[in-house]
Design a binder for this molecule. Structure first.
Ligand code: SF4
Length: 479
Protein backbone atom coordinates (compact mmCIF):
# COMPACT_ATOMS: atom_id res chain seq x y z
CA UNK A 1 0.00 0.00 0.00
CA UNK A 2 2.81 2.36 0.96
CA UNK A 3 4.57 1.62 -2.34
CA UNK A 4 1.44 2.48 -4.31
CA UNK A 5 0.96 5.65 -2.26
CA UNK A 6 4.50 6.70 -3.14
CA UNK A 7 3.84 5.78 -6.77
CA UNK A 8 0.76 8.02 -6.78
CA UNK A 9 2.75 10.98 -5.45
CA UNK A 10 5.51 10.33 -8.01
CA UNK A 11 2.87 10.37 -10.73
CA UNK A 12 0.87 13.18 -9.19
CA UNK A 13 1.00 15.31 -12.34
CA UNK A 14 -0.71 12.60 -14.45
CA UNK A 15 -3.15 11.64 -11.71
CA UNK A 16 -3.93 15.32 -11.10
CA UNK A 17 -4.83 15.75 -14.77
CA UNK A 18 -7.01 12.64 -14.58
CA UNK A 19 -8.60 13.97 -11.39
CA UNK A 20 -9.45 17.33 -13.00
CA UNK A 21 -10.78 15.62 -16.10
CA UNK A 22 -12.99 13.41 -13.88
CA UNK A 23 -14.27 16.44 -11.95
CA UNK A 24 -15.33 18.05 -15.25
CA UNK A 25 -16.84 14.86 -16.65
CA UNK A 26 -18.62 13.45 -13.59
CA UNK A 27 -21.46 16.01 -13.36
CA UNK A 28 -22.83 14.48 -16.61
CA UNK A 29 -23.93 11.56 -14.45
CA UNK A 30 -26.18 13.82 -12.35
CA UNK A 31 -29.43 12.74 -14.08
CA UNK A 32 -28.52 9.11 -13.30
CA UNK A 33 -27.96 9.91 -9.62
CA UNK A 34 -31.22 11.84 -9.44
CA UNK A 35 -33.04 8.92 -11.13
CA UNK A 36 -31.59 6.32 -8.75
CA UNK A 37 -31.93 8.52 -5.68
CA UNK A 38 -29.07 9.72 -3.48
CA UNK A 39 -29.11 6.77 -1.09
CA UNK A 40 -29.01 4.10 -3.76
CA UNK A 41 -26.33 6.00 -5.73
CA UNK A 42 -24.26 6.36 -2.55
CA UNK A 43 -24.52 2.59 -1.94
CA UNK A 44 -23.30 1.96 -5.48
CA UNK A 45 -20.50 4.53 -5.56
CA UNK A 46 -19.09 4.04 -2.06
CA UNK A 47 -17.46 0.61 -2.60
CA UNK A 48 -16.14 1.68 -6.01
CA UNK A 49 -14.59 4.83 -4.57
CA UNK A 50 -13.25 3.01 -1.49
CA UNK A 51 -11.47 0.34 -3.51
CA UNK A 52 -10.17 2.63 -6.29
CA UNK A 53 -8.89 5.40 -4.07
CA UNK A 54 -7.86 2.94 -1.37
CA UNK A 55 -5.58 1.15 -3.81
CA UNK A 56 -3.88 4.23 -5.25
CA UNK A 57 -3.95 6.71 -2.37
CA UNK A 58 -4.46 4.60 0.78
CA UNK A 59 -7.69 6.64 1.02
CA UNK A 60 -9.47 6.63 4.40
CA UNK A 61 -12.87 7.79 3.03
CA UNK A 62 -13.17 11.01 5.01
CA UNK A 63 -16.04 11.97 2.69
CA UNK A 64 -14.42 15.33 1.87
CA UNK A 65 -11.64 14.38 -0.50
CA UNK A 66 -8.92 17.05 -0.85
CA UNK A 67 -6.45 14.99 -2.91
CA UNK A 68 -6.61 17.67 -5.61
CA UNK A 69 -5.10 20.15 -3.14
CA UNK A 70 -2.64 17.84 -1.41
CA UNK A 71 -0.58 16.57 -4.31
CA UNK A 72 -2.47 13.24 -4.35
CA UNK A 73 -1.34 12.40 -0.78
CA UNK A 74 -4.28 11.53 1.49
CA UNK A 75 -3.99 13.74 4.62
CA UNK A 76 -6.03 11.21 6.60
CA UNK A 77 -2.84 9.15 6.80
CA UNK A 78 -1.26 11.90 8.88
CA UNK A 79 -1.15 10.58 12.45
CA UNK A 80 -2.76 13.82 13.66
CA UNK A 81 -5.17 13.93 10.70
CA UNK A 82 -4.11 17.51 9.96
CA UNK A 83 -5.86 19.27 7.10
CA UNK A 84 -3.12 21.89 7.16
CA UNK A 85 0.20 20.21 7.81
CA UNK A 86 2.97 19.53 8.42
CA UNK A 87 3.20 19.74 12.19
CA UNK A 88 6.36 20.99 13.86
CA UNK A 89 7.47 17.51 14.90
CA UNK A 90 8.69 16.13 11.57
CA UNK A 91 11.97 14.28 12.19
CA UNK A 92 15.27 15.33 10.62
CA UNK A 93 15.08 12.39 8.17
CA UNK A 94 11.51 13.34 7.16
CA UNK A 95 9.94 10.64 9.33
CA UNK A 96 6.60 11.24 11.05
CA UNK A 97 6.71 12.46 14.65
CA UNK A 98 4.28 9.74 15.70
CA UNK A 99 5.20 6.88 13.32
CA UNK A 100 8.93 7.34 12.63
CA UNK A 101 8.91 4.53 10.07
CA UNK A 102 6.50 6.48 7.84
CA UNK A 103 7.55 9.51 5.80
CA UNK A 104 5.52 12.56 6.86
CA UNK A 105 2.41 12.66 4.67
CA UNK A 106 2.81 16.41 4.27
CA UNK A 107 6.29 16.03 2.80
CA UNK A 108 4.71 13.72 0.23
CA UNK A 109 1.93 16.26 -0.31
CA UNK A 110 4.59 18.92 -0.99
CA UNK A 111 6.33 16.65 -3.52
CA UNK A 112 3.03 15.93 -5.24
CA UNK A 113 1.96 19.58 -5.34
CA UNK A 114 5.32 20.58 -6.84
CA UNK A 115 4.66 18.07 -9.64
CA UNK A 116 1.12 19.31 -10.24
CA UNK A 117 1.29 23.03 -9.52
CA UNK A 118 5.01 23.74 -9.55
CA UNK A 119 4.75 24.91 -5.92
CA UNK A 120 4.50 23.02 -2.64
CA UNK A 121 2.49 25.81 -0.99
CA UNK A 122 -0.85 24.25 -0.05
CA UNK A 123 -3.97 26.37 0.43
CA UNK A 124 -5.80 26.71 3.74
CA UNK A 125 -8.18 23.74 3.88
CA UNK A 126 -11.32 23.76 6.03
CA UNK A 127 -11.73 21.41 9.02
CA UNK A 128 -13.28 17.99 8.60
CA UNK A 129 -17.01 17.52 8.97
CA UNK A 130 -16.98 14.22 10.87
CA UNK A 131 -20.55 13.40 9.80
CA UNK A 132 -19.21 12.71 6.32
CA UNK A 133 -16.79 9.97 7.40
CA UNK A 134 -17.11 6.80 5.29
CA UNK A 135 -19.28 8.48 2.67
CA UNK A 136 -18.64 9.07 -1.00
CA UNK A 137 -17.10 12.32 -2.23
CA UNK A 138 -17.74 11.38 -5.84
CA UNK A 139 -21.47 11.75 -5.34
CA UNK A 140 -20.87 15.36 -4.30
CA UNK A 141 -18.86 15.92 -7.46
CA UNK A 142 -21.62 14.43 -9.60
CA UNK A 143 -24.61 16.07 -7.90
CA UNK A 144 -23.54 18.52 -5.17
CA UNK A 145 -25.89 18.84 -2.21
CA UNK A 146 -25.86 22.47 -0.97
CA UNK A 147 -26.35 21.17 2.60
CA UNK A 148 -23.05 19.27 2.48
CA UNK A 149 -19.99 21.37 3.41
CA UNK A 150 -17.52 21.95 0.58
CA UNK A 151 -13.80 21.26 0.55
CA UNK A 152 -12.78 24.43 -1.25
CA UNK A 153 -9.80 26.28 0.29
CA UNK A 154 -10.62 29.08 2.73
CA UNK A 155 -9.66 32.66 2.00
CA UNK A 156 -6.98 34.51 4.00
CA UNK A 157 -8.39 36.68 6.77
CA UNK A 158 -6.29 39.58 5.56
CA UNK A 159 -8.58 42.26 7.00
CA UNK A 160 -7.48 41.37 10.52
CA UNK A 161 -3.81 41.69 9.70
CA UNK A 162 -3.87 44.30 7.01
CA UNK A 163 -1.78 47.39 7.55
CA UNK A 164 -4.32 49.33 5.48
CA UNK A 165 -7.18 48.96 7.99
CA UNK A 166 -7.21 51.15 11.08
CA UNK A 167 -5.80 49.05 13.91
CA UNK A 168 -8.25 48.37 16.74
CA UNK A 169 -6.98 49.06 20.27
CA UNK A 170 -4.59 46.36 21.51
CA UNK A 171 -6.39 43.36 22.99
CA UNK A 172 -3.65 42.77 25.55
CA UNK A 173 -0.59 44.30 27.21
CA UNK A 174 1.57 41.96 25.11
CA UNK A 175 0.03 43.31 21.92
CA UNK A 176 0.58 46.87 23.17
CA UNK A 177 4.26 46.32 23.90
CA UNK A 178 4.80 44.62 20.54
CA UNK A 179 3.22 47.60 18.81
CA UNK A 180 5.56 49.93 20.71
CA UNK A 181 8.51 48.40 18.87
CA UNK A 182 10.37 47.38 22.03
CA UNK A 183 12.28 44.06 21.75
CA UNK A 184 9.88 41.77 23.59
CA UNK A 185 10.74 39.02 26.06
CA UNK A 186 8.35 36.14 26.70
CA UNK A 187 9.11 33.09 28.80
CA UNK A 188 7.49 29.69 29.06
CA UNK A 189 6.72 27.85 32.27
CA UNK A 190 5.03 24.52 32.83
CA UNK A 191 2.00 24.56 35.13
CA UNK A 192 2.47 22.42 38.26
CA UNK A 193 1.21 18.93 39.09
CA UNK A 194 -0.64 20.44 41.99
CA UNK A 195 -3.95 21.98 42.95
CA UNK A 196 -2.02 24.60 44.92
CA UNK A 197 -1.42 27.76 42.85
CA UNK A 198 1.56 28.80 44.98
CA UNK A 199 3.87 26.42 43.06
CA UNK A 200 2.85 28.14 39.82
CA UNK A 201 3.35 31.62 41.25
CA UNK A 202 6.78 30.61 42.53
CA UNK A 203 7.79 29.63 38.97
CA UNK A 204 6.48 32.91 37.56
CA UNK A 205 7.97 35.14 40.25
CA UNK A 206 11.58 35.34 38.87
CA UNK A 207 10.17 36.96 35.71
CA UNK A 208 8.25 39.80 37.34
CA UNK A 209 9.49 43.01 35.66
CA UNK A 210 11.79 40.96 33.42
CA UNK A 211 9.37 39.33 30.95
CA UNK A 212 6.57 40.98 28.99
CA UNK A 213 4.46 37.82 29.09
CA UNK A 214 4.55 34.29 30.46
CA UNK A 215 3.41 31.30 28.39
CA UNK A 216 1.62 28.49 30.16
CA UNK A 217 2.06 25.20 28.34
CA UNK A 218 -0.93 22.96 27.64
CA UNK A 219 -0.05 19.36 28.45
CA UNK A 220 3.38 19.74 26.81
CA UNK A 221 4.75 16.48 25.50
CA UNK A 222 1.37 14.86 26.12
CA UNK A 223 1.88 15.03 29.91
CA UNK A 224 -0.84 15.97 32.35
CA UNK A 225 -0.52 19.20 34.43
CA UNK A 226 -2.80 21.93 35.78
CA UNK A 227 -5.00 23.25 32.94
CA UNK A 228 -3.44 26.09 30.97
CA UNK A 229 -6.60 28.23 31.11
CA UNK A 230 -6.77 27.90 34.90
CA UNK A 231 -3.03 28.51 35.37
CA UNK A 232 -3.12 31.53 33.03
CA UNK A 233 -6.03 33.02 34.98
CA UNK A 234 -4.13 32.51 38.28
CA UNK A 235 -1.22 34.47 36.77
CA UNK A 236 -3.53 37.19 35.39
CA UNK A 237 -5.12 37.62 38.84
CA UNK A 238 -1.62 38.00 40.32
CA UNK A 239 -0.77 40.82 37.89
CA UNK A 240 1.25 38.84 35.33
CA UNK A 241 0.57 38.93 31.57
CA UNK A 242 -0.12 35.29 30.64
CA UNK A 243 -0.16 33.60 27.25
CA UNK A 244 -2.50 30.65 27.42
CA UNK A 245 -1.36 27.83 25.13
CA UNK A 246 -4.20 25.81 23.64
CA UNK A 247 -3.46 22.44 22.02
CA UNK A 248 -5.91 20.74 19.65
CA UNK A 249 -4.83 17.32 20.91
CA UNK A 250 -7.18 17.08 23.88
CA UNK A 251 -10.38 18.95 22.99
CA UNK A 252 -12.85 19.15 20.17
CA UNK A 253 -14.07 22.40 18.64
CA UNK A 254 -16.89 22.77 21.17
CA UNK A 255 -14.52 22.59 24.15
CA UNK A 256 -11.88 24.75 22.46
CA UNK A 257 -14.33 27.57 21.82
CA UNK A 258 -15.75 27.30 25.33
CA UNK A 259 -12.21 27.51 26.75
CA UNK A 260 -11.47 30.61 24.68
CA UNK A 261 -14.56 32.34 26.08
CA UNK A 262 -13.68 31.19 29.60
CA UNK A 263 -10.09 32.43 29.26
CA UNK A 264 -11.24 35.86 28.09
CA UNK A 265 -13.79 36.04 30.95
CA UNK A 266 -10.96 35.35 33.41
CA UNK A 267 -8.78 38.16 32.07
CA UNK A 268 -6.55 36.06 29.79
CA UNK A 269 -6.11 37.91 26.49
CA UNK A 270 -3.24 36.10 24.74
CA UNK A 271 -3.97 32.69 23.25
CA UNK A 272 -1.34 30.62 21.45
CA UNK A 273 -2.91 28.01 19.15
CA UNK A 274 -1.04 24.73 18.71
CA UNK A 275 -1.78 21.39 17.15
CA UNK A 276 -0.02 19.72 20.09
CA UNK A 277 2.41 16.85 20.62
CA UNK A 278 1.03 13.37 20.18
CA UNK A 279 -0.08 11.44 23.27
CA UNK A 280 2.34 8.57 22.59
CA UNK A 281 5.34 10.29 24.24
CA UNK A 282 3.47 11.47 27.33
CA UNK A 283 2.44 9.94 30.63
CA UNK A 284 -0.95 8.84 29.27
CA UNK A 285 -0.07 7.08 26.00
CA UNK A 286 -3.35 5.17 26.22
CA UNK A 287 -5.38 8.42 25.90
CA UNK A 288 -7.46 9.19 22.81
CA UNK A 289 -5.90 11.95 20.71
CA UNK A 290 -8.68 14.29 19.55
CA UNK A 291 -7.23 16.55 16.81
CA UNK A 292 -10.72 17.62 15.74
CA UNK A 293 -9.13 20.86 14.47
CA UNK A 294 -5.54 21.62 13.56
CA UNK A 295 -3.74 24.80 14.67
CA UNK A 296 -4.59 26.64 11.44
CA UNK A 297 -8.29 25.92 11.72
CA UNK A 298 -8.30 26.67 15.46
CA UNK A 299 -6.87 30.09 14.60
CA UNK A 300 -9.58 30.54 11.99
CA UNK A 301 -12.31 29.59 14.46
CA UNK A 302 -11.00 31.86 17.25
CA UNK A 303 -10.51 34.69 14.78
CA UNK A 304 -14.15 34.26 13.79
CA UNK A 305 -15.16 34.54 17.44
CA UNK A 306 -13.12 37.71 18.04
CA UNK A 307 -13.57 39.51 14.71
CA UNK A 308 -17.04 38.41 13.62
CA UNK A 309 -18.51 37.52 16.99
CA UNK A 310 -19.67 34.07 15.92
CA UNK A 311 -18.95 30.47 16.82
CA UNK A 312 -17.67 28.15 14.08
CA UNK A 313 -21.30 27.09 13.65
CA UNK A 314 -22.24 30.66 12.70
CA UNK A 315 -24.27 31.19 15.88
CA UNK A 316 -23.79 34.70 17.25
CA UNK A 317 -22.01 35.34 20.54
CA UNK A 318 -23.59 37.75 23.02
CA UNK A 319 -20.20 39.28 23.81
CA UNK A 320 -17.24 38.37 21.59
CA UNK A 321 -13.93 37.76 23.39
CA UNK A 322 -11.04 40.19 22.92
CA UNK A 323 -8.08 37.97 22.20
CA UNK A 324 -4.59 38.43 20.80
CA UNK A 325 -4.05 35.27 18.80
CA UNK A 326 -0.71 33.58 18.27
CA UNK A 327 0.74 30.50 16.65
CA UNK A 328 3.95 28.51 16.61
CA UNK A 329 6.49 28.00 13.83
CA UNK A 330 9.41 25.64 13.53
CA UNK A 331 12.09 26.80 11.08
CA UNK A 332 14.34 23.95 12.29
CA UNK A 333 12.33 20.92 11.16
CA UNK A 334 11.86 19.64 7.61
CA UNK A 335 10.51 20.48 5.11
CA UNK A 336 12.60 23.65 5.58
CA UNK A 337 11.50 25.22 2.30
CA UNK A 338 7.82 24.87 3.27
CA UNK A 339 8.10 26.27 6.79
CA UNK A 340 7.45 29.83 5.66
CA UNK A 341 4.38 28.63 3.67
CA UNK A 342 3.14 27.07 6.86
CA UNK A 343 3.71 30.28 8.78
CA UNK A 344 1.94 32.34 6.11
CA UNK A 345 -1.12 30.08 6.34
CA UNK A 346 -1.28 30.60 10.11
CA UNK A 347 -1.06 34.37 9.63
CA UNK A 348 -3.76 34.16 6.95
CA UNK A 349 -5.92 32.31 9.48
CA UNK A 350 -5.56 35.05 12.09
CA UNK A 351 -2.24 34.70 13.99
CA UNK A 352 -0.84 38.08 15.07
CA UNK A 353 2.20 36.83 16.97
CA UNK A 354 4.42 33.82 16.38
CA UNK A 355 6.65 31.93 18.80
CA UNK A 356 9.18 29.55 17.30
CA UNK A 357 10.77 26.33 18.49
CA UNK A 358 14.24 26.56 20.19
CA UNK A 359 16.85 28.19 17.95
CA UNK A 360 20.28 26.57 18.19
CA UNK A 361 21.04 27.08 14.50
CA UNK A 362 21.29 30.75 13.55
CA UNK A 363 22.15 30.04 9.90
CA UNK A 364 18.92 28.13 9.42
CA UNK A 365 16.97 30.87 11.20
CA UNK A 366 18.56 33.53 8.96
CA UNK A 367 17.42 31.67 5.83
CA UNK A 368 13.90 31.41 7.28
CA UNK A 369 13.77 35.08 8.30
CA UNK A 370 15.09 36.23 4.90
CA UNK A 371 12.07 34.60 3.28
CA UNK A 372 9.70 35.87 6.02
CA UNK A 373 10.90 39.43 5.38
CA UNK A 374 10.80 38.99 1.59
CA UNK A 375 7.09 38.12 1.90
CA UNK A 376 6.47 40.91 4.44
CA UNK A 377 5.12 38.43 7.00
CA UNK A 378 6.98 40.11 9.88
CA UNK A 379 4.76 43.14 9.30
CA UNK A 380 1.59 41.06 9.60
CA UNK A 381 2.61 39.15 12.75
CA UNK A 382 5.31 39.71 15.39
CA UNK A 383 7.96 36.98 15.25
CA UNK A 384 9.40 35.91 18.62
CA UNK A 385 12.22 33.41 18.27
CA UNK A 386 12.60 30.59 20.78
CA UNK A 387 15.83 30.25 22.78
CA UNK A 388 16.85 28.43 25.91
CA UNK A 389 19.47 26.57 27.79
CA UNK A 390 19.93 23.25 29.52
CA UNK A 391 22.44 22.53 32.25
CA UNK A 392 24.53 19.94 30.35
CA UNK A 393 25.50 18.67 26.91
CA UNK A 394 23.90 15.36 27.84
CA UNK A 395 20.56 17.08 28.51
CA UNK A 396 20.75 18.92 25.19
CA UNK A 397 21.54 15.72 23.33
CA UNK A 398 18.60 14.00 25.00
CA UNK A 399 16.30 16.87 24.02
CA UNK A 400 17.49 16.78 20.41
CA UNK A 401 16.82 13.04 20.28
CA UNK A 402 13.53 12.89 22.16
CA UNK A 403 11.66 16.21 21.89
CA UNK A 404 9.80 16.40 18.57
CA UNK A 405 10.93 19.28 16.39
CA UNK A 406 14.01 20.29 18.41
CA UNK A 407 17.25 20.33 16.40
CA UNK A 408 20.62 20.94 18.06
CA UNK A 409 23.69 21.01 15.78
CA UNK A 410 26.52 18.70 16.87
CA UNK A 411 28.89 21.70 17.09
CA UNK A 412 26.73 23.26 19.85
CA UNK A 413 26.65 20.03 21.84
CA UNK A 414 30.43 19.59 21.38
CA UNK A 415 31.11 23.18 22.54
CA UNK A 416 29.12 22.68 25.75
CA UNK A 417 30.54 19.19 26.33
CA UNK A 418 34.10 20.56 26.12
CA UNK A 419 33.50 23.20 28.79
CA UNK A 420 34.58 22.66 32.39
CA UNK A 421 31.40 24.38 33.60
CA UNK A 422 28.75 23.09 31.16
CA UNK A 423 25.90 25.02 32.77
CA UNK A 424 27.67 28.37 32.37
CA UNK A 425 28.71 27.52 28.81
CA UNK A 426 25.09 26.61 27.95
CA UNK A 427 23.98 29.97 29.34
CA UNK A 428 26.67 31.74 27.31
CA UNK A 429 25.44 30.04 24.10
CA UNK A 430 21.91 31.18 24.92
CA UNK A 431 23.02 34.78 25.59
CA UNK A 432 24.95 34.89 22.31
CA UNK A 433 21.82 33.62 20.50
CA UNK A 434 19.61 36.26 22.16
CA UNK A 435 22.05 39.02 21.24
CA UNK A 436 22.20 37.79 17.63
CA UNK A 437 18.39 37.78 17.49
CA UNK A 438 18.29 41.44 18.49
CA UNK A 439 20.25 42.28 15.33
CA UNK A 440 18.22 40.06 12.98
CA UNK A 441 15.77 41.83 10.68
CA UNK A 442 12.14 40.91 11.27
CA UNK A 443 12.62 39.46 14.77
CA UNK A 444 10.38 41.28 17.29
CA UNK A 445 11.53 39.48 20.41
CA UNK A 446 12.71 36.34 22.10
CA UNK A 447 10.71 33.50 23.64
CA UNK A 448 12.76 31.81 26.38
CA UNK A 449 12.11 28.20 27.31
CA UNK A 450 13.73 25.76 29.70
CA UNK A 451 12.07 23.14 31.80
CA UNK A 452 12.12 24.20 35.48
CA UNK A 453 15.06 26.50 34.70
CA UNK A 454 13.48 29.78 35.76
CA UNK A 455 16.43 31.27 37.68
CA UNK A 456 18.84 30.66 34.76
CA UNK A 457 16.43 32.16 32.24
CA UNK A 458 15.97 35.25 34.41
CA UNK A 459 19.76 35.50 34.53
CA UNK A 460 19.93 35.23 30.70
CA UNK A 461 17.49 38.14 30.34
CA UNK A 462 19.66 40.35 32.52
CA UNK A 463 23.07 39.24 31.24
CA UNK A 464 21.97 39.57 27.60
CA UNK A 465 21.13 43.19 28.39
CA UNK A 466 17.43 42.78 27.59
CA UNK A 467 16.24 44.19 30.92
CA UNK A 468 17.99 45.75 33.92
CA UNK A 469 18.52 43.49 36.90
CA UNK A 470 15.90 43.48 39.61
CA UNK A 471 17.40 43.92 43.08
CA UNK A 472 16.59 40.29 43.90
CA UNK A 473 18.13 38.97 40.67
CA UNK A 474 21.17 41.25 40.96
CA UNK A 475 21.87 39.83 44.37
CA UNK A 476 21.77 36.31 42.93
CA UNK A 477 24.14 37.06 40.04
CA UNK A 478 27.82 36.22 40.34
CA UNK A 479 30.03 39.29 40.90
S1 SF4 B 1 4.98 14.35 11.15
FE1 SF4 B 1 3.18 15.43 11.89
S2 SF4 B 1 2.23 16.26 10.03
FE2 SF4 B 1 3.66 14.69 9.35
S3 SF4 B 1 2.38 12.83 9.19
FE3 SF4 B 1 3.31 12.81 11.24
S4 SF4 B 1 1.79 13.80 12.58
FE4 SF4 B 1 1.23 14.29 10.46
Amino acid sequence: MLMLRRWSVRHAATLGRLYRWGARWMPRLAPLVRGLGTERSERLLRPLERSGKGLFFDCRMCGQCVLGHTGMACPMNCAKQLRNGPCGGVRADGGCEVNPGMRCVWLEAGDGRRRIEGSAQAPWLPPLDHRRGGQSTWIQVIAPDPQVPGVEPLQPQRAANSASTAAPPPASALEAVLRSGRFVVTVEIAPPDSADPSALLARAWPFRELADAINITDGAGGNCHMSSVAAASVLAAAGFEPVCQVACRDRNRIALQGDALGAAALGVRNVLCLTGDDVSQGDHPQAKPVFDLDAVNLLGVLHGMTARGTYASGRALEQPPRLFLGATANPFAPPYAQRVDNLERKIDAGARFIQTQFCFDLDRLRAFMDEVCRRGLHRRAAILVGAGTLSSARGLKWMAEHVPGVAVPDAVIARIAAATDQKSEGRRVCIETVQALQRLEGVAGVHLMGHRNEATLAQVIVEAGLRPAKPTIAAALPA
